[in-house]
Design a protein around this ligand. Structure first.
Ligand code: 5GP
Length: 218
């Protein structure tokens, strides 16, 4: 099992937080992987998006999304309250800016379950801090099976999601990592490996100059 606890010498240095974007066509398993990651790793927190889409059965306001009407969403856009926002299907989705800033200031990484438009906008604003992961389904037949098994959407909605999946997959080359989710545990382990390696990148370890200087002084 991968151990994400950091060795002592790493926690003593200050590390620059990263923004981990995980995108996929809906039904490719991204939400499951995001949930598992938040449960497994105390150093990363989820960005809760705001949306104008109605809640699905079982979804909780403030946990899965903040559900608002179109007028409230437009007000937030006018107040520049979103780091990014986009139209997805017939609804608007956005990432509130303030909670992300709090999480980063708190020394935590932030996980975003957003689409390719959001990934692109975040990257434009904070390229060096953003790590983009795209998750593909193993096949379109399997994607269809998963969307039907979820049984929360009407057939017409599922068909639209399948069409949108094709368009979404076309954006695979806007990501740093591309994974195929043919086994959720394996895919989850790969996401954790990516996170672990990205945390060790030189530019995210801001105390290295002092450490290396003192090492060289002997
Ligand atoms: P769903 O309605 O299935 O929860 O989400 C539909 C799509 O919207 C998913 O691809 C999800 O990643 C994307 N999404 C959710 N929140 C945001 C957001 O804040 N910004 C953007 N750009 N996309 C989002």
């Amino acid at each position: 099992m991968l151990d994400d606890r950091r060795p002592r010498h790493e926690t003593e240095r200050h590390r620059r937080g990263l923004l981990l974007v995980v995108s996929s066509p809906s039904g490719a398993g991204k939400s499951t992987i995001a949930r598992k990651l938040i449960e497994a790793d105390a150093d990363i927190a989820m960005s809760v998006s705001t949306t104008t889409r109605p809640p699905r059965p079982g979804e909780i306001d403030g946990v899965d999304y903040r559900f608002v009407d179109v007028a409230a969403f437009k007000r937030m856009v006018a107040e520049d309250a979103f780091l990014e926002w986009a139209h997805v299907f017939d609804n608007r989705y956005g990432t509130p800016r303030a909670p992300v800033e709090v999480m980063l200031a708190d020394g935590r990484d932030v996980l975003f379950d957003i689409d390719w438009q959001g990934a692109q906008q975040l990257y434009q604003q904070a390229a060096g801090d953003v790590v983009r992961v795209f998750i593909l389904p193993p096949s379109m037949a399997e994607l269809s099976r998963r969307l039907h098994a979820r049984a929360t959407d009407a057939e017409e909605v599922i068909q639209r999601r399948m069409q949108r999946a094709v368009a979404e997959i076309g954006h695979w080359d806007g990501y740093d990592y591309v994974l195929v989710n043919d086994d959720v545990e394996r895919c989850f382990a790969q996401v954790r490996l990516i996170l672990r390696a990205e945390r060790l990148r030189r530019h995210r370890q801001s105390g290295l100059i002092g450490l290396t200087r003192s090492l060289m002084r002997g």
